[in-house]
Design a binder for this molecule. Structure first.
Ligand SMILES: [Zn+2]
Ligand SMILES: [Zn+2]
Length: 332
């Protein structure tokens, strides 16, 4: 049995990440309508009524706007910290509180046979958490809103095979943009959001612990571009000698659509390493424009060649607000 995962929505207009392990169906956040949630799952052959758990990271509306309706409609249990639950109560509306499971950062819990670890993240909410979902095929980490990549976050994600990592803004775009100063300071602050450069530094640390897929998420519409985020993070990894397609896969989660579906299974001893890869049967892939190219021979550290090729990817990604995915044999 392989594990698969995708982003259903990503960004300040709504976030939801879906992970199916061999024993559980888990949605992290639901910042979308109940109908959108159900349709997004249906597009990959999943049924909202079969979801075992909703995990809520924090009470900001782009993460919890649909939680209440989905709980009412499908009777799905919610797992969140007490402060987050209190903070989100008005947004959730009238729900069956017996479905609410209060969790604590640092204390693992189980959904069916799947173990989940919530951990504190530095963000301007009451008690925000990220999640690590343990699977037999390798673990998935989700950190969508954080001001900096703290040692606690790093330790909690150590060894995760797949990580949804925030890459919220490009510092130059933020600085030159129209946001008021107080908001710029909040976003760039230590309890705001992660910049592309911060995400690149975090990715390097994660790479060294074994992360193979970096799924960039929560990209700002105004202060970022998918191609720019991908370029910044990939260049940082290239400086470590790590090449997309060979050592890891990377993509940027789209804002209003499902991302592609990644599936993966544990590489058995003696077998060649297999990176997480696209689920070929996915019905949603045609929504996306894939940016691929022939592989020029890039040796570690050849940033000039990388930059040249990135330009093409960046243009395609910017035009389509799309996904750049690098498969075996492809590079940037
Ligand atoms: Zn958010
Ligand atoms: Zn937030």
């Amino acid at each position: 049995m392989s594990v698969f995962t995708l982003s259903l929505r990503s960004g300040s207009s709504g976030n939801s990440t879906y992970i199916r392990t061999d024993s559980a169906r888990i949605a992290v956040d639901c910042g979308m309508t109940g109908k959108q949630f159900a349709l997004a799952l249906r597009s990959i052959g999943e049924d909202a009524i079969a979801v075992d758990a909703l995990l809520l990271t924090h009470e900001h509306i782009d993460h919890c706007s649909g939680i209440g309706v989905v709980m009412r409609r499908y009777g799905i249990p919610l797992y969140t910290t007490r402060s987050t639950f209190e903070g989100a109560r008005d947004i959730l509306g009238n729900i069956n509180e017996s479905l609410v499971n209060i969790i604590e950062p640092g204390k693992a819990f189980s959904i069916r046979d799947t173990v989940v670890l919530p951990f504190s993240v530095p963000h301007d909410a009451s008690d925000p958490v990220g999640f690590r979902i343990y699977t037999a095929e390798g673990d998935v980490g989700v950190v969508t809103d954080l001001g900096h990549f703290s040692p606690e976050v790093k330790n909690s994600l150590d060894g995760c095979r797949v990580v949804y990592l925030e890459a919220n803004f490009d510092p130059d775009l933020l600085e030159s943009g129209l946001y008021p100063q107080f908001l710029k300071r909040r976003i760039a602050g230590s309890h705001g959001h992660l910049s592309n450069f911060d995400a690149g530094d975090a990715a390097v640390q994660l790479l060294h612990t074994g992360t193979e897929a970096f799924l960039l998420c929560h990209l700002s519409r105004d202060n970022n571009r998918p191609g720019l985020a991908l370029k910044t993070v990939s260049e940082r990894l290239l400086r470590e000698g790590a090449r997309a397609g060979r050592d890891y896969v990377i993509n940027a989660s789209p804002r209003y659509e499902c991302s592609r579906v990644y599936h993966y299974r544990r590489t058995l001893p003696g077998q060649p390493k297999s990176l997480p890869s696209l689920h070929e049967e996915s019905q949603i892939t045609e929504n996306y424009t894939q940016c691929t190219m022939a592989v020029p021979e890039i040796r570690g550290g050849d940033a000039g060649m990388a930059a040249k090729n990135y330009t093409q990817c960046t243009m395609a990604a910017q035009q389509n607000d799309s996904v750049l995915h690098l498969q075996d044999g492809e590079s940037v």
